[in-house]
Design a protein around this ligand. Structure first.
Ligand code: AMP
Length: 115
């Protein structure tokens, strides 16, 4: 069996994280190196490597990630002022952990376009 990804180890409580949400499809926890006052990662339980590797089979998981991100944003109080969801794919996208994750960033005005 392939080695677990970092986020599978967080899912399995082998590495500590501040987990804010967990359900049948995904979990959400605070980013270890926050880039905004609220910076949460929403991660599928299944180790899909990156968004471009997702398939038709993953369609429910992808929808659930978005719904969970919105729910966490509301719960953390950033929905009214606004927030951003970002998914980094590959080298140019800035991906460093090969396990699909949605960044939820909020609590300050975010620049556009991103760097
Ligand atoms: P990306 O660069 O899009 O692949 O995002 C990976 C994110 O994972 C970065 O924002 C990291 O700060 C975050 N990260 C790395 N290790 C941990 C960890 N142990 N717990 C929480 N977040 C982490």
């Amino acid at each position: 069996m392939a080695d677990k990804t970092l986020f599978e180890k967080i899912r399995d409580r082998e590495i500590p994280a501040e987990i804010l949400h967990e359900d049948e499809w995904c979990l959400a926890f605070r980013d270890i190196s926050p880039q905004a006052p609220v910076h949460v990662l929403v991660v599928p339980r299944k180790a899909i490597p990156r968004i471009g590797a997702a398939t038709e089979e993953d369609v429910e998981i992808l929808g659930r990630l978005m719904l969970a991100a919105g729910e966490v944003a509301r719960r953390l109080g950033v929905a009214e002022d606004g927030f951003r969801l970002a998914i980094n794919h590959g080298r140019n996208g800035g991906e460093t952990v090969p396990h699909l994750h949605v960044h939820l960033l909020g609590g300050r005005a975010l620049g556009w376009p991103p760097g």
